[in-house]
Design a binder for this molecule. Structure first.
Ligand code: MN
Ligand code: MN
Length: 487
């Protein structure tokens, strides 16, 4: 009998299992989360997404987020730090707000801080438009508000859409007034006008940064006069309404913080409802999981002291007394340490900071197939592949960056692997395309290990940012796992 000759096809068939085994062993692929998620987990993820949508629909400013988060903390047994006992014990839950715009909360670990802190840090300010100090004026029988944009915005995205006014002002009698107009279905909304297409020949030739200028972002407030004639009769109608409803005068607006944000709630996006569209997901899509991961630490008491910090002013550089670069963040940790120990030793505290580990939780860009050219597809995060870990942020030649060490990043990835929690790796765009920073470096400067990681989004800094429901849920699970288990 003639022996059958091995063909090239047979050889390929024989090699295939070997190649597959090597591929599994030596290469990495980040699977789509739908391929890893059973129906029960999918239900949990979508329920979590509903809670998240509800929360961020009501928490559109740093002050609103702080206030709502305090409500959640107090409902879970957290007490204001200043009202807490002089000595803290394992399992104690405390919080402190920073001027109503930023928040720190902690759960005391079994080791009473001896092994350093485990920290989740996100920011709760988002790009928006603020009112100018003397904002309200009338022109051409319309009443308008002068604004000043906050953070990085493409101004043309903010015209001709419904906008809401959220804010805080101090009235003449000394009481603090909270304003929120445009969120209830029965509320009026506001808007920046845009030029009609018919007369836009010149505008359309401009570079995108100049299509709408800062001084053209004037919020339309009204058009009805208070009287038949007289100076300021249109403006006075709006001022009279503000006075009647809030007791505020033009003088009070000088010190007010009026923030103009897109009106309306977070929405499901897509026929399959798998995505979330909302204003301010940078960085509330990481702040909310950072908060709920801490709230979830009930039993057993974690080994190490766990802290979630939610900072303000990230979008303008993290400066000022509520920004992540400010000392009160460090002071809160110092206070926890002193109350755990019963005394304060500065040198020991500094070493404790060096023994601390943090996840800097901020969004990154998901690869957008419509604008893929700005991303390196081999080193980009994708929507639906889970928590995106960035070893390094910054721009150009890694400038302004804090880079996580191999030891620390490797340990975090291994921890997630051990708990079967998916993650992916990505850099923010191509190396020469631009870049961005996070609060990471301010805490790394204290000597901690810090790693940037968060939820990938599309349309970052736009009035309607997009996230993926499974990314949000698995990020929450990863953050909770870090607090509970990072050695
Ligand atoms: Mn951010
Ligand atoms: Mn941002």
């Amino acid at each position: 009998m003639a022996e059958k000759k091995a063909t090239a096809k047979d050889k390929k068939k024989k090699d295939q299992p070997k190649l597959k085994a090597l591929q599994d062993k030596l290469t990495i692929k980040f699977p789509n989360l739908f391929d890893l998620t059973d129906p029960a987990t999918l239900k949990q993820a979508y329920d979590y997404a509903d809670q998240y949508k509800q929360f961020i629909s009501a928490a559109k400013t740093e002050r609103e987020f702080t206030e709502l988060a305090i409500g959640r903390l107090e409902a879970s047994g957290f007490k204001p730090l200043q009202a807490a006992a002089a000595r803290l014990k394992p399992g104690d839950r405390v919080y402190q707000a920073l001027r109503g715009k930023a928040l720190l909360a902690g759960v005391i670990g079994q080791d009473l801080c001896a092994g350093g802190f485990r920290i989740l840090g996100a920011h709760i300010d988002s790009p928006r438009f603020d009112s100018k100090p003397t904002p309200i004026y009338e022109d051409s029988e319309l009443v308008l508000m002068k604004t000043h944009y906050y953070g990085g915005v493409k101004k043309y995205q903010w015209t001709a859409i419904p906008l809401a006014l959220h804010g805080t002002a101090l009235s003449a009698d000394g009481s603090l007034v909270t304003i929120c107009i445009g969120e209830n279905a029965s509320d009026p909304v506001f808007t920046f006008s845009d030029l009609l297409i018919h007369l836009s020949r010149e505008q359309l030739q401009k570079a995108a940064a100049q299509v709408i200028t800062g001084e053209e972002c004037n919020l339309i407030l009204g058009s009805q006069p208070l009287a038949d004639k007289g100076d300021d009769r249109f403006k006075l109608q709006v001022l009279a309404l503000l006075y009647d409803r809030y007791g505020l005068t033009e003088r009070d607006l000088i010190s007010a913080e009026l923030e103009i944000v897109p009106a309306g709630p977070a929405r499901d996006v897509g026929m399959d409802r798998s995505l979330i569209g909302a204003y301010g997901q940078d960085d509330r899509v990481c702040a909310y999981p950072s908060l709920t991961a801490l709230l979830d630490l009930t039993q057993p008491i974690p080994e190490h002291t766990c802290v979630t910090l939610l900072s303000d002013k990230e979008e303008v550089g993290s400066d000022g007394n509520t920004g992540a670069a400010a000392r009160p963040y460090e002071t809160f940790l110092m206070d926890l340490y002193a109350r755990c120990r019963g005394n304060y030793d500065e040198l020991a505290f500094r070493h404790l900071l060096e023994d601390s580990s943090m996840l800097s939780s901020d969004v990154t860009n998901g690869l957008d197939p419509s604008f893929a050219s700005v991303s390196d597809p081999r080193n980009s995060a994708y929507l639906g592949r889970g928590l995106a870990i960035c070893k390094v942020t910054g721009s150009g030649g890694k400038s302004g960056a804090s880079e996580a060490s191999t030891e620390y990043m490797g340990a975090v990835c291994r921890l997630l692997d051990a708990h079967h929690l998916p993650w992916q790796s990505g850099e923010l765009g191509k190396v020469d395309a631009g870049g961005g920073g996070t609060i990471c470096k301010y805490f790394a400067n204290l000597g901690m290990q810090v790693l940037d990681c968060g939820v990938p989004v599309l349309s970052m800094h736009s009035p309607f940012e997009i996230s993926h429901k499974l990314d949000v849920y698995y990020t929450f699970l990863a953050y909770r796992c870090f607090l509970e288990n990072y050695a």
